[in-house]
Ligand binder design. Structure first.
Ligand code: IPE
Ligand code: IPE
Ligand code: MG
Length: 250
């Protein structure tokens, strides 16, 4: 299915976001505050994912996208990077079956070629198993970068298009790694920083942004409800005036 582009057409909007994209930040600081090693925060972060996935299903959210590892996170100490990789494999092994039973389609996006082959295999298997599920699509962005995504999309377009053809917005959008999902309605970043950190650069064009000081391990259903309530109170104008919003003319 082709999704509306927010810069080409005005998308349908509602009180509950159809697609929520989250930068799960603050694991390390959550742990440090408790005199624990940073990686303890990552372990706790997996529990928070479980809670938020469950809450999204209950609230009727259709797409949940989670930034788990950025293309810049390789710059971290090797110990932390390899811990995160192992945690990723363990979480996949442990959670996929349950996710499948709960009607979740799991997608992993990013430059996966840098991962160990066993992790790549686990990813393929998980995606294949859950492919037909429709309740909620959970996308985990791993070794993902917004610039990487746009660049790979342009390269794919160039490979398919003939020389003289102009590259259009639609062509790029269709080749992004999350072309199967509508653009996010609500972006959440936990952990107090107010930046995008190379997340979904293209798709966030008209997304409502929400920042909270809560660290990711303490982000729960109640915290999600606060974000959704903030979203519900906003007027999404997509370039129009306030008077135009709510009337049929656009
Ligand atoms: C987010 O938490 C998780 C990953 C980037 C993998 P951080 O590890 O960035 O935690 P802080 O920001 O250092 O507290
Ligand atoms: C963004 O968090 C990436 C993820 C949560 C996976 P970072 O902690 O890496 O971002 P910066 O470095 O503070 O911008
Ligand atoms: Mg961080």
């Amino acid at each position: 299915m082709k999704h509306t582009s927010s810069t080409k057409e005005i998308p349908a909007t509602g009180e509950v976001p159809k697609h929520i994209a989250i930068i799960m930040d603050g694991n390390g600081r959550w742990a440090t505050k408790r005199f624990l090693p940073r990686v303890a925060g990552h372990v706790k972060g997996v529990d928070a994912v479980r809670g938020v996935v469950e809450a999204c299903i209950k609230r009727g959210v259709k797409y949940l996208t989670l930034f788990a590892f950025s293309s810049e996170n390789w710059r971290r100490p090797p110990d932390e990077v390899s811990f995160l990789m192992r945690l990723f494999v363990t979480a996949l092994e442990k959670e996929v079956r349950k996710m499948h039973e709960n009607g979740i389609r799991l997608k992993i996006v990013g430059d996966l070629t840098r991962f160990d082959l066993d992790l790549q295999k686990a990813i393929q298997d998980a995606e294949a198993l859950t492919l037909g599920n429709e309740k909620l699509t959970v996308t985990v962005c791993a070794n993902y970068g917004g610039r990487w995504d746009i660049t790979q999309a342009v390269n794919r377009v160039r490979a398919k298009a003939d020389q003289a053809e102009q590259i259009t917005e639609e062509m790029i959008a269709e080749n992004l790694s999350m072309a199967y999902a509508p653009e996010p309605d609500l972006f959440i970043r936990t952990g107090g920083e107010t930046r995008i950190s190379n997340f979904l650069l293209w798709q966030l064009a008209y997304t409502e942004l929400y920042f909270t000081d809560k660290f990711w391990p303490e982000f729960d259903a109640a915290a999600l409800d606060l974000a959704i309530a903030s979203f519900g109170g906003r007027e999404r104008r997509f370039g129009r005036t306030s008077a135009q919003v709510g009337t049929t003319s656009s």
